[in-house]
Design a protein around this ligand. Structure first.
Ligand SMILES: *Cc1c(COP(=O)(O)O)cnc(C)c1O
Length: 433
């Protein structure tokens, strides 16, 4: 097995030892049934995506750049409908002008809320980048709190699951108008929330008592990891980033918001100007990467999921704790690995950087990132700046020294990256195989 062409290329080009190559390959052999399930999810999702392209009769004309006001921009409007179809939504807003996931999430929440509204989060404190937008930290004009919206969150239970009783109690106490749920683990040692197993029971329980509450899901990192999306389980609006899963690694920037038409109609007014909403907004570059990105997204997400499972399996074999386990059903593309000591964690992140196609010579250093209590190290060598559907790793430098790995456009890249990381750990005497 070691003598095949793939092994020789890895050994010659990347100086991976035979032992490491064999170790990773044999770990991967154990993932056959995991890979089969991931492929089945990708196939189902791709069929739906392709069905949308056919239904919309997508043609080259849709890729054309537009200018000025962007009236009757059929590339923009058709892309909205394709995303709606792909995500089981009645309607969607997909825009390069949404600069990030955080921007899409903030705009969606802002559009759902008016002064005096109450938002209750069912999945603990929201993702770090939303703190300023919500008004949980900093003192920014136009944060939701500054606009008179209250925000409360209910912690997950000891097992990282939603505490439905506490959520219902808090909704009643606060007379909540919006329920907020974060699908991905983000950078927390907890499981991602599965659509049917975790979200549906919550949404059913909430809607049974509060028919008019709007359920909003931060869907970042979750798209196409399952054959269902949160809207299938009764969510009303979802939002996410195009430089994660649904951009397929090709979208150069952007975000999306999707859901029930009546809510999208409210939110779309914030896209530009009340009264103009989605009718205006041009894009002077081609829309092609967004279309092709959506076309690739089910496959690309599957590649990232296989990569995550492989990272998990390799480090499980070395006796380290992983979250989720290599054979767990996943609802996001994030893989956490506990190194338990600083040296291994830093070595790992540096290896991921050195395995990148871009900036491979950069050496990541732990630094004091604004908003974090401990130093953070980040490895990313992506074609699109900050894209985390491309292979990347981040870690706060604190016990128990957990690395969060996500993305990888191809399983070939993920596999070589695990090999390089392990090679470096072995060479540094940090682990033995
Ligand atoms: C990435 C992410 C965000 C924020 O997206 P950005 O594009 O980084 O602004 C929000 N929530 C979750 C769960 C994410 O993974």
């Amino acid at each position: 097995m070691i003598n095949d062409a793939a092994a020789l290329a890895a050994i010659n080009e990347l100086k991976i030892s035979k032992a490491v190559y064999g170790f990773v390959r044999s770990a991967e052999d154990e993932l056959a049934s995991v890979y089969t399930s991931i492929d089945a999810v990708a196939e189902a999702n791709f069929a739906r995506v392709l069905g949308g392209f056919k239904e919309e009769n997508v043609g080259l004309r849709h890729f054309a750049p537009t200018t000025g006001y962007g009236y009757d921009d059929s590339g923009r409007d058709t892309l909205d409908r394709l995303f709606a179809h792909a995500l089981f939504a009645e309607d969607a807003l997909v825009r390069p002008q949404l600069t990030s996931g955080t921007h899409a999430l903030y705009m969606a929440l802002n559009g759902l809320c008016s002064a005096g509204y109450s938002v209750v989060a069912a999945s603990g404190k929201p993702y770090d980048t939303l703190e300023g937008a919500i008004g949980l930290s900093g003192d920014y004009p136009h944060s939701l709190v500054k606009q008179g919206v209250s925000f409360d969150f209910v912690e997950l239970d000891r097992n990282g699951k939603i505490n439905i009783d506490n959520v219902l109690k808090t909704i009643e106490e606060k007379k909540a108008d919006v329920l907020y749920v974060q699908r991905s683990r983000g950078y927390a040692w907890r499981d991602s929330l599965l659509v049917n197993e975790d979200m549906k029971p919550l949404f059913d329980a909430v809607k049974a008592k509060h028919k008019n509450i709007a359920i909003f899901v931060d869907n970042c990192y979750g798209e196409f990891t399952d054959i269902v999306e949160p809207l299938c389980a009764g969510a009303d609006v979802i939002a996410g980033s195009l430089i994660k899963n649904p951009g397929g690694g090709l979208a150069p920037t952007g975000g999306y918001i999707a859901g029930k038409a009546k809510y999208i109609q409210k939110i779309e007014q914030l896209l530009t100007v009340p009264g103009m909403g989605r009718e205006v907004g041009s894009y002077a570059a081609s829309y092609r990467p967004f279309y092709q990105g959506l076309y690739m997204a089910p496959h690309t997400t599957a590649q990232a999921l296989k990569g995550a499972a492989l990272f998990a399996r390799v480090f499980e074999r070395l006796g380290m704790q992983t979250m989720p386990a290599s054979d767990a059903k996943r609802s996001d593309i994030v893989q956490a690995v506990r190194f338990n000591e600083e040296e291994g964690l830093i070595s790992f992140c540096r290896s991921i950087q050195s395995a990148s196609p871009v900036d491979s010579a950069a050496v990541p250093e732990p630094w004091d990132m604004p908003g974090y209590t401990s130093k953070v190290i980040m490895a990313a060598g992506a074609f699109v700046q900050g894209s985390s559907i491309e292979l990347s790793a981040d870690a706060p430098i604190r016990k128990p020294y957990t690395a969060y790995v996500q993305g990888g456009l191809t399983i070939e890249h993920c596999r070589l990256a695990v090999m390089l990381a392990l090679n470096d750990l072995v060479n540094a005497g940090i682990v033995r195989i």
